[in-house]
Design a protein around this ligand. Structure first.
Ligand code: FE2
Length: 443
């Protein structure tokens, strides 16, 4: 990074999200980014440096970092733009404030506009033949989307990791202990590489420092990234990696939260509605499988994949509440929207075929059948020729949809009422065991 790059200071006690902002800001805004995990360290840094922007988490370490930096800027009459993410008492006149579920791209766009950087200028910027990536931004086990180079003592760039290999943790240790600060990628690959790091970071949910709420938020962001790729029918190795990690996270969240109400509290307005539906359905279905005599862990893994993919291609939140043709008639839908809703199961299955061998056997079929129709292009009231796991999904989906519909329309709905609606709708023998299991779910 050259000296004239604008300086951005990030203050965040969540290392992963700090890294996530850094890597994007360096590549897309051309900024030099400095990160601190402690407020005091950042204050010390400010005594001798003048960044153009400070991005800080609001409340952390039981203090309001937003207020702290706003006061410093005001009392020192400093020309620094303050961005605060999450809860803070700072006024909107002192800072740009974002909800904690803000997407990285929104922060990047804001900084670009504050610094007068345009996408065109960044695309045309001469960054040399090789682009440096700070070693601290690399993640162990990242799969490489392009070759990676080191600079030797003669200033030559030497390839040391090939595309599709992984950055093993030992490699990072060796690089660090040999005093390397940066690795390089060919300039043409830099945005692709940076995107792969961003997606990988967004999936590093296993980090114990992240609260369950943060984990859900990061998972929500990566769900959006995968959904964008799926809509463009562009499934790259990075998308596949992000999908797998996201599904692992969905399963781990499901395992960690014992009660549905606790789950609902954590996934209020901050989470994309379709993702919230997927998470809740995964929670309910997984608990139903636990109660079934034939239930195995393998089936819980499969159902998590089904929950992730089933509604990935719906265009609007409300469309997830549609379960029948009559539901569609009550909405003001264009022909194209009706088409998209009716065919979203078969289209999701088509997207899944682009994942080649990385999906558990049979999940595409369940996704295709998730509205009860064998061919994935219609709704069915009383499905009888579909797999038992698809039936578990259908009942879980129906119940979650009833709950979310009531929540969205602010209607009271008791557990007894919701169960009675389901019992009346799904009367076949094959549903009875599943509905009994649902009845036992701890809410
Ligand atoms: Fe669906």
């Amino acid at each position: 990074m050259s000296e004239q790059n604008p300086l951005i200071l990030i203050v965040d006690n969540h290392k992963r999200s700090g890294q996530l902002y850094s890597v994007g800001l360096e590549a897309y805004v051309g900024a030099t980014v400095v990160e601190f995990g402690l407020i005091e360290e950042a204050v010390e840094f400010l005594s001798s440096n003048s960044p153009a922007v400070i991005i800080t988490r609001g409340l952390f370490d039981q203090r309001d970092a937003g207020v702290k930096f706003a006061q410093m800027i005001e009392s020192g009459n400093l020309k620094i733009h303050l961005i605060v993410i999450g809860q803070t008492k700072v006024s909107i006149h002192q800072a740009t404030i974002y909800d904690e579920n803000v997407e990285v791209r929104d922060i990047i766009k804001k900084c670009a506009s504050l610094l007068g950087v345009t996408a065109k200028a960044m695309a045309e910027k001469n960054v040399g033949e090789y682009y440096p990536i700070r070693l601290t931004l690399l993640c162990p086990n990242l799969s490489l989307v392009c070759p990676v180079f080191k600079k030797n003592a003669d200033g030559e760039y030497v390839k040391f990791l090939d595309v599709e290999s992984k950055i093993h943790p030992e490699i990072l240790t060796i690089l660090q202990s040999s005093g390397e600060k940066e690795i390089y990628v060919q300039a043409a690959h830099r945005l692709k590489f940076v995107n792969s790091i961003s997606m990988f970071l967004a999936e590093m949910m296993a980090d114990d420092r992240l609260s369950l709420e943060d984990t859900i938020m990061l998972s929500n962001n990566s769900y959006n990234i995968v959904r964008d790729s799926a809509r463009r029918m562009m499934i790259s190795p990075v998308t596949i990696q992000a999908t797998e990690a996201n599904i692992n996270t969905m399963m781990s969240i499901t395992g960690k939260i014992p009660k549905l109400n606790q789950f609902l509290k954590m996934t209020t307005s901050k989470v994309n509605f379709v993702f919230k539906h997927s998470l809740l359905t995964c929670f309910v279905a997984s608990h139903i499988i636990d109660k079934m005599e034939w239930g195995t862990n393998d089936q819980k893994v499969k159902i998590a994949f089904v929950c992730f993919f089933s509604n990935l291609l719906l265009n609007q939140d409300d469309h997830i509440l549609v379960h029948t043709k009559e539901d569609m008639d009550l909405m003001n839908l264009s022909e194209a929207e009706r088409e998209n809703i009716v065919n979203h199961p078969i289209n999701a299955a088509k997207i899944m075929s682009k994942y080649y061998n990385s999906l558990p056997f049979g999940v595409e079929t369940i996704v295709k059948q998730h509205h009860g129709n064998r061919y994935g292009n219609d709704f069915a009231q009383n499905p009888s020729t579909i797999s038992p796991l698809a039936l578990v999904y259908i009942i879980s989906d129906e119940w979650v949809t009833l709950i979310l519909k009531a929540e969205k329309r602010k209607l009271p709905l008791t557990r007894a009422e919701s169960l009675s609606i389901i019992k009346n709708k799904y009367k076949g023998m094959m549903f009875q065991e599943i509905i009994s299991a649902l009845n036992e779910l701890t809410i």
